[in-house]
Design a protein around this ligand. Structure first.
Ligand code: NAD
Length: 357
């Protein structure tokens, strides 16, 4: 029998997955099973706030391991699954696409098959209520010119190995519904930012470098536009879609917060100037350095999130100004988390020293 309110969450030691699990454990009575391989991007320290909860369990496993996935479904009898595990960094996908194809495409296929096998064992009532929620990105839509927004019906035109593998996984999920009837949900979200983001992505790189007085690298002229969403607002959207989303529909999630990369970096510099009046690196904007652009760099992403607002009543709680200030403050208050990531000690957990509960 299905364990009601039991969720399998893949990639829960990553940036968005850990935010989602912290919310689920702190704000709901869901039992959460976190399935994570702990690649370089997985960090159990991001879950230290909740890992003692009896409602939280960790399974160190690779989503490409079919046997392990079957065992986990059988053991926990979940009422739903939220699939966030992925290779997620565009630059890494350009240097080495193999892991992206493996985890994002093959891994999603393995999970879909494990979910389908499990789902077929359920009673008609439980099978109808089961959900496979696939978490994806707006990058599958390709790039925009100066105007226009990505809607749920925008054709897929992925440009990087990362977005191509995410697009592939979205298509598999859709096909598993149309072909086999698996009850799926999909969300495509814009760029997330917030606490616990791995310091290889723009916002944490800029904050950490600025604190150390190092150059703040900006691709090209910094004119690329991204649409930013605070990670906890994304997590709330995921919970809402899981609870109320229409079967096999996709929902775009975004904050209506378009900014050029240069604006983002300048805003961070301003916040740091205010929060650190005695810093020797003020004004921090003097640290900005323009570097050779990323090949095939998409010019502009912008999400039309009106469907999730209209149909499910979702609205982001943070503006970019409030969310960015919270984020900078979090990085200032959590130097130990950053230092453990930057000196590699967070990876001790992979050797079995982490909480394997
Ligand atoms: P992340 O890189 O911070 O975390 C990914 C997690 O997945 C890590 O904990 C890693 O250990 C785990 N993982 C990787 N390969 C695995 C495998 N084979 N088996 C099990 N676990 C594995 O990523 P994130 O930024 O938290 O993104 C989470 C999801 O949301 C991804 O699917 C991503 O495509 C999507 N997304 C991200 C953004 C964003 O701005 N970060 C925006 C929209 C959608």
């Amino acid at each position: 029998n299905v364990n009601k309110n039991t969720l399998l969450v893949t990639g829960g030691a990553g940036f968005i997955g850990s935010a989602l699990i912290r919310q689920l454990i702190n704000e709901t009575d869901f039992t959460v099973i976190n399935i994570d391989k702990l690649t370089y991007a997985g960090n159990l320290e991001s879950l230290s706030e909740i890992d003692a909860s009896p409602n939280y369990h960790f399974e160190q496993a690779d989503i490409c391991d079919a046997e392990a996935m079957d065992r986990i479904f059988t053991q926990y009898q979940p009422s739903a699954m939220m699939h966030l595990a992925a290779e997620s960094h565009v630059d890494r996908s350009i240097d080495g696409p193999a892991d992206f194809v493996q985890t994002n495409v093959v891994g999603t296929y393995i999970l879909l098959e494990a979910a389908r096998k499990y789902w077929k064992t359920l009673s008609a009532d439980d099978a109808e209520k089961f959900r496979f929620h696939h978490i994806s990105t707006d990058e599958v839509y390709g790039t925009l010119g100066e105007t226009g927004l990505f809607t749920e019906t925008t054709p897929y035109q992925p440009n990087s190995p990362y977005s191509a593998t995410k697009a592939g996984s979205d298509h598999l999920v859709r096909a598993w519904h149309h072909t086999y009837g698996l009850p799926v949900l999909m969300t495509n979200c814009s760029n997330n930012y917030g606490p616990y983001q791995f310091p290889e992505k723009l916002i944490p790189v800029v904050i950490n470098n600025a604190l150390a007085g190092k150059p703040l690298p900006i691709y090209g002229k910094g004119e690329n536009i991204r649409d930013w969403l605070y990670v906890d607002d994304h997590a709330r959207a995921l919970r809402l879609v899981l609870a109320e989303g229409k079967l096999c529909e996709s929902y775009n999630v975004g904050g209506f917060n378009e900014h050029t990369n240069l604006e983002v970096v300048q805003l961070i510099c301003q916040i740091l100037d205010e929060l650190l009046p005695d810093s020797p690196h003020r004004p921090h904007k003097n640290l900005i350095e323009f570097v050779t652009d990323r090949p095939g760099h998409d010019a502009r992403y912008a999400i039309d999130a009106s469907k999730i607002e209209r149909e499910l009543g979702w609205k982001p709680q943070e503006t970019f100004a409030t969310g960015l200030r919270k984020t900078v403050q979090w990085y200032l208050d959590n130097r130990k988390w950053c230092e453990n990531v930057m000196d590699g000690s967070y990876q001790q957990q992979r050797l079995g020293l982490g909480d394997n509960k």
